[in-house]
Design a protein around this ligand. Structure first.
Ligand SMILES: *[C@@H]1O[C@H](CO)[C@@H](O)[C@H](O)[C@H]1NC(C)=O
Ligand SMILES: *[C@@H]1O[C@H](CO)[C@@H](O)[C@H](O)[C@H]1NC(C)=O
Length: 419
């Protein structure tokens, strides 16, 4: 009797062991497959901002650089002064040297603006957007003059810098453009720390009773975004918050938009090279998909599938077809939410840019130059490329529809416009 039980018991044990081994082998296989393919998948998505200048700043103060920060030349303190300091930098860019403490090259100091510091500092920053109507100050020959402005060119309140008096004087530009001497975009993205980050996209989508929201205070702009929105309104209701619409944008306006809508129109006021503002970056941190329209290359900051670019569609109608497709397919829509949640837009950009400035001031032999005609350099804006009249030809409309759905199923952009 007992032998019988033992025999069965052994068989059972062998069976259980076999099962456990099978499960473990399956797991190992899965892990191996994932190691080979998931790694590739994540590498594909690892597109956070890796511009050289980001290496020169680290929140922990241990930046990795391709130059030797201990060498003597980087220890000499460079004084920097604002010629006219924008009021919004008074909190965010404090005077002194603490601001540079997380830079690879830390030996820089922002000194208070006086006529003598303007004469003696190593660098003078001119906030060109508000440059007062005065003659250029006296300079010592080794001084670096920095043309600073974060607005698109026609939003400069001052054009004093365009006059002959200021011709041939500036050494560097510091703007959102990637061909600036010191690049200062509106924000940068980085990989989100996913530990403890949870989202239930089904629940999020359930609360979204509206489709498209837009918050705007500048109604008529060079980019004619309002005209584009009007065409979009032929297909969908667009709820417009703020001065140009009927929905008031109070304190919690973005909370409401985040909860209630699937899409948000992050349309820039003008089409200018590299001009991508916080409209985009702010939306990327929310659970709403940004529809972007502007002159910048968004893929420098975020991978495809984390936003929708109007430039990928040859007409408003094509965009509308695609939005409807996403509205009706929760899986496809939540894929956008998921992908964008892997990234976050940071606010360290001022420090990153000023670190770059500090480093370059210590390498002036390499980076020294003079810009002769600054208005010529600034002039990189263009007319909106997407506001042609739309077709009413039925077979053409049918063709567009088939192309849009087919290309989206293959997850390919329909049309890439290169600026
Ligand atoms: C900056 O520009 C001025 C004016 O053209 C020039 O004299 C000076 O050499 C330039 N400085 C550097 C470091 O290139
Ligand atoms: C500077 O460039 C602008 C725009 O291209 C042009 O209109 C202007 O004549 C130029 N100025 C000089 C002094 O060359």
């Amino acid at each position: 009797m007992s032998a019988f039980i033992n025999n069965h018991y052994d068989k059972l044990l062998i069976f259980v062991n076999f099962q456990i081994t099978l499960i473990m082998i399956t797991w190992l296989l899965l892990l191996l497959v994932c190691h080979l393919t998931c790694g590739y998948f994540y590498k594909e998505l690892d597109r956070s901002f890796k511009h050289k200048l980001a290496q020169q700043y680290s929140p922990k103060g241990n930046s990795k650089t391709d130059f030797d920060v201990r060498s003597k030349q980087y220890q000499v303190v460079k004084n920097v002064v604002w010629f006219n300091q924008p009021y919004w930098t008074q909190d965010t860019i404090p005077l002194g040297d603490a601001f540079f403490s997380k830079c690879a090259v830390k030996s820089c100091k922002l000194v208070p603006t006086t006529s003598s510091t303007i004469k003696s500092s190593d660098a003078v920053i001119f906030h060109a957007v508000n440059l007062p109507d005065v003659s250029p100050p006296k300079r010592h020959p080794k001084q670096t003059w920095i043309f600073f402005g974060l607005e698109p060119p026609f939003h400069y309140k001052s054009r004093v810098w365009a006059s002959n008096d200021w011709f041939n004087l500036f050494n560097w530009t510091m703007t959102y453009r990637f061909d600036s001497d010191i690049v200062h975009p509106y924000s940068v993205s980085r990989n989100r720390e996913l530990k403890g980050f949870k989202r239930s996209y089904g629940d999020i989508i359930k609360l979204k009773t509206g489709l498209i929201a837009w918050s705007v205070s500048n109604c008529e702009t060079r980019g004619k975004r309002r005209q584009y929105v009007k065409q979009l309104q032929d297909y969908f209701q667009v709820d417009i918050y703020g001065k140009c619409g009927t929905f008031p944008c109070r304190k919690k306006c973005f909370e409401e938009i985040n909860k209630k809508y699937k899409f948000y129109l992050a349309f820039e006021n003008s089409f200018c090279k590299d001009y991508i503002t916080e409209k985009f970056f702010r939306t990327q941190n929310l659970d709403v998909v940004a529809i972007v329209r502007g002159g910048g290359d968004y893929s420098r900051f975020y991978p495809p599938g984390t936003y929708i670019n109007t430039a990928d569609f040859s007409s408003v109608r094509e965009l509308a077809i695609y939005l409807q497709y996403l509205d009706e397919n929760d899986a496809a829509y939540s894929e956008y939410l998921h992908k964008k949640s892997l990234f976050i837009s940071g606010d360290n950009i001022r420090k990153i840019a000023f670190c770059e400035m500090c480093r370059k001031l210590h390498d002036i032999n390499v980076y020294g130059r003079t810009i002769s005609n600054i208005s010529d350099w600034l002039n990189t804006c263009f007319e909106p490329p997407d506001l042609e009249a739309y077709t009413t030809d039925e077979s053409e409309l049918q063709r567009q529809y088939i192309d849009v759905i087919a290309s989206k199923k293959k997850n390919k952009p329909i049309l890439q416009i290169d600026y």
